[in-house]
Structures are given as C-alpha cells and as structure tokens.
Write a protein that binds this ligand. Structure first.
Ligand code: HEM
Length: 412
C-alpha cells in the first residue's frame, strides 16, 4: 500500500504530464506514478488509468478489446465536424477502429512496404550527405549551428517527400502547414486562433495534395502518391480516405523522426563514453539506434479506450475507461531494463515500445530506424567536437519529446 505522500507525488506527476509545456525531463514523473501502481487509476481524470509498466503497456497495445477512436472524445468538442483540421485528423489511420482501421491499414501496408523502404536507402544516404555537408559548411564559420532547422527537421521532411512524391520545392512549405495542423493533435490544449490557423493550413494542404493526386492520376510515377491514387482508382479508398492517408503518412514521416535525431545527439553528449564507443565501433549502429529510441522516447505515450472488461496487471478494468499508455515510462521500467536511465548502446534486453505495438504498430518504424542509422554515424564521425552552444529549447507539445532548437558548436 503506497503512502499518502507517494500518492500525492504521483498525482502531481500526472498533473504535470498532462499540462503543457511538456517537461524537458519527464522520466522521474513516470517513476513517481509507477512507484504507486503500474496501472494507476487517477482521480485527476475520472475513469482514467496511467499505465507505466513495460509489461502492461506492451500487453495493452496488443489487446483486441482496445479502441483508438477515443481521441475523438478527447477532442472534447461537439463542433468538430465544422473544423476542417479536426475532421481530417479524426480520419487519420491511427485514429480509426475496426472495421475501418484494418481496411485502411491493409491499403497503407500494400504501398508502404518493406521493399519500398529498402529502396529509399540510396536516397537517404544522398540526402544525409547533403544535410551533414551543409552543417559542416555552416560550422566552418565558427558560429553555433541550430541542429533542428539545419538538419533534424528538413532531413526527414526531404526523405518522406521523396518517398511520397511531394516535389522538393514544396516539401518545406507542406511541413509548415502540417506544423499548424499538428498543434491541435494533442487533445484540447489549443487556442481558438490556433484552431482557426490549423483549419486554414489544412485547406491549403488539401489543395496541394489534391493537385498532386490529379498530376499522378494523369501521369503515374514510381512514388507512393501514385500507388495510393491507384488504390483509390481500384475503389479501395474513397476521396476522403485518400486525402487522410496521404497527409498522415507525410506528417508521420517527420514529426517524430525529427525528435529522434535531435534527442539522440543531445543524449550522446550527455554520455560521452557511449559517443566514443560508437565512433570506435560502427558495428553497434543497429543496437545504438534502438537504445537511443528507448532512452529518449520520441512520442511519450498514446491513449486507448477499453471496449470490454480487460485484465491489466492483475486489475479488472471495465469498458469505457481511458488508458494513458506511457511508453516513455515503460521504456525506463527497471523491471525490464537494468539501470534504465543509463544509455548503453550495446544493450540487449528486449525491445522498447517506442513504436507502440499490436494493430497500430508504427508503419514507418524501419524507415525511421534507417534514417537514424545513416545520419547519426555521419554526424558523430564528421565532427570531432560537438558541444551545446547556447540555450536549447525543448518542444512544448504534450507527449512529444525533442527539441525546437538545439544550438551546437561543431568542430570539423
Ligand atoms: C522515430 C520515429 C517514429 C516514432 C517514435 C513513431 C511512433 C509511432 C507510434 C508510437 C505509433 C502508434 C500510435 C498508437 O498506437 O496510438 C505510430 C503509428 C504510426 N506511424 Fe510512426 N513513428 C515514427 C516514425 C514514423 C515514420 C517515419 C512513419 C512513416 C510515414 C510513420 C508512420 C506511422 C503510421 C502510418 C502509424 C499509424 C499506424 C496505424 O495506426 O495503423 N511513423 N508511430
């Protein structure tokens, strides 16, 4: 039985975790909740549980009786149909439940295949060379370089743009529009002005993607937009699903990978012995990237709604309850990972849950891994010295862990 003080600490931790801005170091907060209970019913949000145990998060992600459409309820707005941005977001693959989810997931998996990802390898290497080269040019001036606008954002945007077939000169504009949109994805923590801006930006994004669909219908190419348009013509996607899937794939392609790259570089600076180890032994790259994904989880959690009574961590949970799956907390669970706060690039203790699990398991996990496996070694080997030089700015959106600004002094 937890003490009153421990319960108070857990409540304060949850209050902090669900209130913007996102704390720069959320990990002690998950630990405070887990100390009280690995599946903790919080009075702060009636009917909701915070799940912080690794075993419990992994098993919930795979349980069939879970629903994702909970995000619709989380929007807490009766007028969501009147907002372009909310309507399209709630049609995104990740927000669908059966029978819509497996149907759209089948289509998505039929175009976003392991083969399509493998084919991106040469492009990823070429783009990484280009961005790291530009970083080196900027570093030669002796001025600090901000890693996020210089590489961590535009590199994944360029990769997903090329994969989908968004022209190079439109990628960053679509990215800016997408950023206005994702600001309203985190629940109800946005202003009326942000919602109005999201609606305007989604309209523009729709027009740009609509134009791309028309162009590829007339003249298909070897890209994913052409493949999606073919699925639409075969009757496997309606107009709205085509738009929702294409725009969601575009955004998923950079939103979290940007966090992975910026957090990884920052984490390596905090563990210089591990940075040196990786420089000396390139063969650890695969486990190194997965350990960085575990240690600095780019999306800290997700939400599910129970649709039937389920048993989680020995507790019977009735239908209609909200579960906050705290993947970042699970990734630092000491019952799963030895000394979980330590970065150990050669760690071999089973998988992390950074890409979720079950029916909604991240479709782009291997694309994100490949990008990081290519670009991170290039960064650490191109620059003999890497230091934080100036004020860093963490992302403020709840649940997204990464940087808006990470100024670095780089020595070529
Ligand atoms: C480090 C980078 C990434 C992380 C940490 C990440 C994480 C996740 C997580 C946790 C989910 C599951 C959400 C849930 O269950 O509610 C997810 C779903 C998804 N991710 Fe990723 N992701 C990353 C990169 C990518 C990339 C590059 C793409 C490529 C387009 C992508 C496409 C998707 C899609 C389409 C889904 C929805 C799958 C579904 O609902 O069936 N992700 N991702």
């Amino acid at each position: 039985m937890a003490s009153d003080a421990a319960v108070q600490e857990a409540e304060a931790a949850i209050a902090r975790l669900i209130t913007a801005p996102m704390p720069p170091d959320p990990y002690p907060l998950y630990e405070a909740v887990r100390r009280v209970d690995r599946v903790y019913e919080t009075p702060l949000v009636p009917g909701a549980y915070a799940v912080t145990g690794y075993r419990e998060v992994s098993s919930v992600a795979r349980m069939p009786g879970m629903r994702n459409g909970v995000r619709a309820a989380a929007m807490q707005r009766e007028d969501w149909q009147e907002h372009e941005s909310l309507r399209l977001f709630l049609r995104a693959l990740v927000n669908l439940d059966p029978p819509e989810h497996p149907a759209m997931r089948d289509v998505a998996s039929s175009v976003f295949t392991p083969h399509a990802i493998k084919q991106m390898r040469a492009s990823i290497e070429e783009l990484a060379e280009r961005f790291v080269g530009e970083l080196a040019e900027a570093a030669r001036t002796g001025e600090p370089v901000d890693l996020v606008p210089a590489l961590a954002s535009p590199f994944p945007v360029a990769v997903i743009s090329r994969m989908l077939g968004v022209p190079d000169d439109q990628g960053m504009h679509c990215y800016a529009l997408a950023n206005d949109w994702t600001r309203i994805w985190g629940g109800s923590f946005y202003s009326d002005e942000e919602l109005a801006q999201a609606d305007r930006s989604v309209l523009e994004l729709r027009a740009l993607f609509g134009e791309l669909f028309r162009a590829r219908r007339a003249e298909p190419r070897d890209d994913l937009i052409s493949a999606l348009v073919a699925q639409h013509e075969a009757g496997r996607l309606d107009d709205e699903d085509l738009m929702a899937l294409a725009t969601f794939l575009f955004i998923s392609g950079f939103e979290t990978t940007t966090n992975l790259i910026s957090t990884a570089v920052h984490t390596l600076l905090e563990f210089p012995d591990q940075l040196e180890l990786w420089r000396k032994d390139p063969d650890i790259t695969v486990s190194a990237v997965d350990e960085l994904l575990r240690h600095g989880t780019p999306i800290c959690g997700t939400v599910r709604l129970t649709s039937e009574t389920v048993e989680i961590g020995g507790k019977q949970i009735p239908p209609g309850r909200m579960l906050f799956l705290m993947t970042a907390g699970a990734n630092r669970d000491p019952e799963q990972f030895t000394d979980p706060d330590r970065l150990d690039l050669t760690r071999n203790e089973g998988g992390h849950v950074s890409f979720g699990g079950g029916a909604h398991y991240c479709l782009g996990a291997n694309l994100a891994r490949m990008e990081a496996q290519v670009v991170l070694p290039m960064i650490i080997n191109r620059f003999s010295g890497i230091e934080v030089a100036g004020e860093v700015q963490w992302r403020t959106s709840i649940g997204l862990h990464g940087f808006d600004h990470l100024p670095l002094k780089l020595t070529v």
